[in-house]
Design a protein around this ligand. Structure first.
Ligand SMILES: C[S@@+](CC[C@H](N)C(=O)[O-])C[C@H]1O[C@@H](n2cnc3c(N)ncnc32)[C@H](O)[C@@H]1O
Length: 320
């Protein structure tokens, strides 16, 4: 058996249908929105990797610090033989965990980005001969069909990506993760924590403009896939802190009155000058809120680790 398998769990046209449905719903709703999963074509995935290296973007460094310090403990507590990682991207930080999991049989990275999965998978099999890598091109919010692999299973969801899901979807998502776990399996969850507003806003609006380019990449994806005529330069990237919901919002603000055509959907979308299109929320958490949300999904938090500056947390939980 080849040590690197790449499986598309949805037919090609399912992605197309999902994009059409999301764009139609998002651009005809009030306020206008687009879901963040459409940022991540090959260019968007590269831009995200550049974001992780920015001085303002602390979450990646903070989470890596925890993984470096705690992977041996995570390995000894879980004894995982299968590691499933949702939204795995480059799998860069995950290497610390994979290295510590000495009994690991199969790594199952799951992502919508085929380019990220291929690059990460090829690199990993070269580094760890004998490790099976079974990558899944899949939407982690849809029902996941995981390959049959030896347990115990550790499901990792890193990077604070859980914060991109609004609360109702988050609850449903955690319930579906619970459904993937059997007794003895565990969930390793990365959550960014509530902190000073200025630090948070800077992390999503860097001086070099990489996050702005990432934000506008969703317009390029809609142009390419649906023949739309968005002019990315006609929008400004905006990041703001919503203190009531405790989340960052990324938005694209129209610089002028304009009409954008989306021929594949027969749509002409009016934007007023100053009107904002919401592209991402990134919720920030507290220990109590993480524990309560896990609890509501039938999971019990057993370990909670933060980086030395208390900016980011990794938690381990098991099913009840
Ligand atoms: C914020 S990045 C985090 C990447 C990596 N886990 C890290 O910590 O650096 C989010 C990742 O999730 C993927 N992603 C976003 N929405 C997804 C979805 N609905 N289903 C599967 N993957 C998704 C993106 O392609 C991207 O690789």
């Amino acid at each position: 058996m080849s040590p690197f398998l790449l499986t598309r769990t949805l037919p090609e046209d399912a992605t197309d249908a999902a994009l059409r449905a999301d764009v139609l719903r998002g651009l005809t709703g009030t306020p206008k929105t687009l879901p963040p999963k459409w940022f991540y074509d090959a260019h968007g995935s590269d831009l995200f990797e550049r974001i992780t290296e920015l001085p303002e973007y602390y979450p990646t460094r903070a989470e890596r610090e925890i993984l470096v310090g705690r992977s041996a403990e995570i390995a000894s507590v879980t004894g995982a033989r299968t590691l499933v990682e949702l939204g795995s991207g480059s799998s860069e930080k995950t290497r610390h965990l994979i290295e510590a999991l000495t009994g690991l049989h199969t790594y199952v990275p799951v992502d919508v980005s085929e380019s990220a999965l291929t690059q990460a998978g090829q690199a990993l099999i070269a580094e760890r001969p004998g490790l099976q890598v079974h990558a899944l091109i899949a939407d982690f919010t849809a029902a996941l069909a995981l390959p049959r692999t030896p347990g115990p299973r550790l499901v990792a969801f890193l990077g604070g990506t859980i914060g991109n899901l609004p609360p109702v979807e988050r609850a449903a998502f955690l319930g579906s993760i619970r459904g993937l776990l059997s007794p003895g399996d565990a969930l390793l969850l990365g959550t960014d924590l509530v902190k000073d507003e200025e630090v948070l806003v800077r992390a999503y609006d860097d001086a070099a403009g990489v996050t702005a380019a990432f934000d506008k990449n969703v317009l390029t994806v809609v142009n390419r896939e649906l023949g739309a005529d968005f002019d990315p330069d006609a929008f400004d990237h905006v990041a703001l802190w919503d203190a009531r919901n405790e989340w960052i919002e990324m938005r694209l603000r129209s610089r002028a009155d304009q009409t954008v055509k989306v021929p594949a959907l027969g749509l002409a979308v009016e934007f007023a000058a100053g009107e904002e299109l919401r592209t991402e929320i990134s919720a920030k958490f507290r220990r109590d809120s993480v524990s309560a949300e896990l609890d509501a999904a039938g999971l019990s938090l057993s370990h909670w680790w933060t980086d030395s500056e208390g900016r980011f947390a990794l938690s381990l939980s098991t099913c009840r």
